[in-house]
Design a protein around this ligand. Structure first.
Ligand code: GLC
Length: 642
């Protein structure tokens, strides 16, 4: 039982009507864990006074939480794990690319509802440097809304409207770094020792050189190395991401306390899910790659345990794009099991789906998913196919070897396939952070362009267009049914193509991820009534699949996803069941040719008790001949039992 469940129990047992009494109970429930985590990072003999400061701070943070949010917190305690519900369906967007600003977004709530979206991830909306700012991930403030999006009042009006409409909001907490224009950084540059201690600053290269021996580079092309020299300060500062993003020094307990205040205030603006950006990087140690360190986990759990006391209705998402076995650790382990982040990006599934599209085979997907350790039952995934970032090729080398492929050549093939090096490939992606020395690189591009729609339209090739539409629908259908919160990347619901305009913008042209950060095409949306266009086909099919998902608790995440081996390497088959007779079976063909599977095992599972079952996607009964089922190229079938 994790702490959240304990809070639920305690709240149910208590007869108290006074919300503040629940605060005391929650603090008592989490205090031992908070103390252990705090002193594991900040030893009591040196930092005891800071623990007292923390205890002083928590009631203050609770006192300033708006009363309507406090009521909502208590309601959520009683409703259980709302984030695992089949009703959850998300969209990620850049506000300025969607419909100008926060008020513009508010006007488009009907569009979101029409599609079935009830959860939004808005990319950073706080103030940032004028020039390069990593799409707002270089923060000048954690709380001040950048003018281009509107005002804090606009944000509060939006979140209050979202609450009325039943829409959940996720915002980023860029917890690992600030911009070099953040007030703390500015003071550090001016020579203020206190704020120099908020970052990792060094007089000479001794420590940086020691770190560099093992630290990898995140942006080798545009920001090589992990330290930047600041002449005004006459010091080196750690900048693991871009040179203008300064890493916060969490070995300093004051940084933790200040950031906890920022976190609580962010939650107080009506945020339901806080996206912990780049959290794998939170702790640094010489001699290591400084990712996924045990201290980083302790720190996240400490944030979680404190926020749970102050705002128990708010949950955390781990943005950890790391190896599959490392991702699940952000749900917590051992004593902190289920007490770290409730949600994590299923980056492994995402990357494996793109591998399957290129190879037309599902063998690596099966092998890899079989190796992913299970997640705790109170935690869930965000399942997605594209986001604002690149697609990394972080597959396990050992598993690639076991398939008889060379990992190096396999990665080269994927880069060639997606980044226009192979004449026959339908994909039109771009390379991201390609390192000619090592051959390492990542892929960027919109889902539709990576799946062939751009090339199909360019060549006016009807078959290619139809195939790409089928692929777009199939990949989305998989993430709708997999178990977790599906997250559509805004624009993908209408098959938006690459946007090459970033090449004309000096602040963007060095970062090819911008090719997949397009303006929402409202003209295309206004023509969705023309049923035959690719946009309309994609939109209406996704809308229908979303409706099916929302109607059946089978799609809720009960940790029940099961993979089935069909013996055919081109097919992905997985099932969901909620413990009783009901079940859902998803069958997908990743090949460009029709494929056939045996159906005996499906019959044994009870899918044929009322004759040939109905495919919910096509609304047609599947037809089995001599015990064999034919699945068309890129077809996805959803069968329901019970
Ligand atoms: C996360 C964001 C990415 C950003 C990085 C640094 O990985 O998704 O866009 O560049 O953090 O903040």
């Amino acid at each position: 039982m994790n702490q959240a469940q304990l809070h639920r129990l305690v709240a149910q047992q208590s007869k108290e009507k006074d919300g503040s009494a629940f605060f005391d109970l929650r603090l008592a429930t989490n205090l031992t864990l908070i103390q252990q985590l705090f002193f594991s990072l900040y030893p009591e003999n040196q930092h005891g006074a800071y623990f007292n400061k923390l205890l002083d701070l928590l009631p203050k943070l609770f006192a300033s939480r708006p009363s309507d949010l406090k009521e909502q917190d208590l309601l959520r305690l009683n409703t259980g794990n709302w984030y695992q519900s089949e009703k959850m369906l998300g969209m990620q967007m850049y506000v300025e690319h969607f419909n100008k600003d926060l008020n513009g977004l508010r006007q488009k709530i009907p569009y979101l509802k029409e599609l079935g979206v009830n959860f939004l991830h808005l990319m950073p909306i706080t103030s940032r440097p004028k020039g390069e700012n990593d799409g707002g991930y270089a923060v000048n403030s954690y709380l001040q809304v950048d003018k281009r999006y509107g005002t804090k009042e606009d944000l509060l009006a939006l979140t209050s409207e979202f609450r009325k409409e039943g829409i959940y909001l996720m915002l980023d907490f860029v917890v690992n770094h600030t911009s070099d224009e953040f007030p703390w950084a500015k003071k550090a540059i001016k020579g203020d020792k206190k704020y120099q201690g908020y970052y990792y600053t060094f007089d000479d290269r001794t420590v940086p050189d020691a770190f560099e021996k093992t630290l990898p580079e995140v942006f080798p092309e545009t920001s090589p190395g992990n330290f930047t020299y600041i002449p005004e300060m006459e010091k080196w500062v750690m900048t693991v991401f871009n040179s203008y993003q300064w890493d916060l020094n969490y070995t300093n307990p004051e940084v933790f306390l200040e950031m906890l205040i920022n976190l609580a205030k962010l939650a107080d603006m009506g945020v339901d899910v806080v996206r912990f950006d780049a959290l794998a990087f939170l702790w640094k140690k010489i001699g290591s790659i400084s990712q996924n360190l045990p201290e980083a986990h302790a720190l996240v759990s400490l944030f979680r345990m404190c926020l749970q006391v102050v705002a128990p209705g708010v949950i955390l998402l781990a943005e950890a794009i790391v190896a599959p076995t490392d991702i699940v650790k952000y749900f917590g382990e051992g004593q902190t099991l289920g007490n770290e982040c409730e949600v994590a990006y299923n980056a492994s599934l995402m990357a494996l789906l793109w591998n399957s599209i290129a190879t037309k085979k599902t063998n690596l997907l099966y092998k890899s998913l079989a190796h992913v350790p299970g997640k705790p039952k109170d935690c869930t995934w965000i399942n997605y196919i594209r986001c604002h970032d690149d697609i990394g090729l972080g597959y396990e080398n050992q598993l690639i070897w076991e398939l008889g492929w060379s990992p190096e050549l396999h990665r080269k093939f994927l880069l060639d396939y997606y980044c226009q090096k192979l004449e026959w490939s339908p994909a039109m992606g771009l390379l991201f952070m390609y390192n000619p020395k090592t051959g390492d690189g990542r892929i960027t591009g919109s889902a539709a362009s990576l799946l062939g729609l751009e090339k199909g339209i360019m060549l006016m090739d009807k078959e290619l267009i139809n195939q790409s539409i089928a692929k777009i629908i199939m990949l989305h259908g998989i993430v709708f049914a997999f178990g977790g919160i599906p997250l559509i990347y805004a624009g993908d619901e209408i098959g938006t193509l690459n946007d090459y305009s970033f090449r004309n913008d000096n602040a963007k042209k060095g970062d090819s991820r911008w090719v997949n950060r397009p303006l929402q095409d409202w003209d295309a949306v206004s023509r969705l009534g023309e049923e035959t266009s690719p946009q309309a086909q994609i939109f209406h099919t996704l809308q229908k699949l979303i409706q099916i998902r929302k109607k059946s608790p089978l799609f809720a995440d009960n940790n029940d996803m099961e993979l089935y081996h069909t013996g055919n390497d081109h097919i992905l088959a997985f099932g969901r069941s909620n413990g009783d007779r009901q079940g859902l079976l998803v069958l997908c063909n990743f090949d460009e040719k029709p494929q056939v599977i045996e159906t005996g095992w499906i019959k044994k599972m009870g899918y044929f008790t009322k004759g040939d079952p109905l495919d919910l996607v096509s609304d047609q009964q599947i037809s089995v001949k001599s015990g064999l089922l034919e699945i068309l190229p890129y077809q996805m079938i959803w069968l329901k039992r019970g």
